[in-house]
Design a protein around this ligand. Sequence first.
Ligand SMILES: Cc1ncc(COP(=O)(O)O)c(C=O)c1O
Length: 473
Amino acid sequence: MGRVVSRAAVLRQAVRPKFRPAGLLLCLKRIAGFGLKSGKLPCAGHIIALRDLVLVNLGAPAAKAGGSECVIIMLKIASRMERLGTESAFEILAKAQTLAAAGKSIVNLCIGQPDFPPPAHVIEAGQRAIVDGHHGYSAAPGILSLREAISADLGRRFDVRIDPSSITVTPGSKVALFFALQMLGEIGSEIIYPNPAYPGYESIIAFSGATPIAYPLSEATGFSFDADDVLSRITPKTRAIILNSPANPTSGVLDRGELDRLAKGLEKFPNVAVISDEIYSRIIYDGHAHFSLLSYESLRDRLILLDGWSKSFSMTGWRLGYAVWPKSLVEHAVKLAINCHSCVNNATQYAGIAALEGPQDTVQAMVAAWGERRNIIVAGLRALPGVRCTMPAGAFYAFPNISGTGFSSANLQARLLNEEGVALLSGTSFGSLGEGYIRLSYATSTEQIEEALFRINRFLVENMESRRTAAVA
Ligand SMILES: Cc1ncc(COP(=O)(O)O)c(C=O)c1O
């Protein structure tokens, strides 16, 4: 919205002007021309008008020269925007791409994105849906056949019966997370979430107006959680607890015994919802099966389950996710969808059915390949000076403890990118308790993993040695 401001304000706005020589020359000619034509000295009004003209040509933002008032554009942004964070993975990726474009050799382990194509039959189903004419809007919660396929898939995997009417399909599970937090959070309320964790949790909780209350995930328990500790953080203001298993960035899997204790303890708090982010549910190692929170019948009326196709079917860019809602929240989820995205890309939804109902061998092969890379990266990290690393139980991230190197997480992230061309993420990108850790995605080739390990080792050997020498001197 335009706002009328004083000339002094315009002057203050012109702090870092962009010099436009042609425009300025024109101004000077006009000043000279005025004197010659009128034979008089210019009055104060003329001088002010001409000054404004000069300011415009120096780059003063949107100032209208001449007249007694200047209008500059000053957009007023809602204060809630200050509470919205970001994901540093995208920032580091952009920096890495800039360095690569400038000719630096970059090894990229920063982004949580599978390095395999989606299964061929899924791509074919998406193409066929386009050819078959699925170009229009679909129902806002998603096409019924996809919601039935999700219900059947959950039944096969977890032996649960989920009514397709409790499911909504969203453009990525992140959108369902956003909806859940906007539905439950508001100023004066609290939402409990893990730290370190996916950065969207803290950011979107804060955006809703609720206060984010963190509970720690600690290395000592394989990055599981302490149910009593979580329950002790519940207050009358608590609206929800977020759980994520297998987890980003720790790759930990929540301990079944602790989940049982949490489910039992929650009986005393019937107003507290549980948001269970199970986006990595198919990526789990060592023959373990994923345990879904859907298995607790006692939680069903308060559980929001999030999952999707991004990680398990290597479909990050297709933007396809879903949520299973308690009956009382479905209508709100549908209303949010109608107001936000109308529906998910129609053809993509048909690809989603093929992914769930078709052969699962591509997914199994992908997980097996990541399992092998997990062993390579963990062994390599454990051999680095000052580094120790737990074995990931799921997902595709290594989250080594680097506190023995003497570097802070952010410093190590920046120096490895700038000096060695290794793009990875500081543990602090995932919350304050990520200090002392870095995250490396091993959803990349073995060659890239080995090259990254070589470069990190070279950096640590050189720099830890020079730090020691400086300390002794
Ligand atoms: C824990 C977790 N939840 C949710 C998401 C969002 O996934 P999408 O929106 O692609 O389904 C991610 C993506 O990295 C994640 O790591």
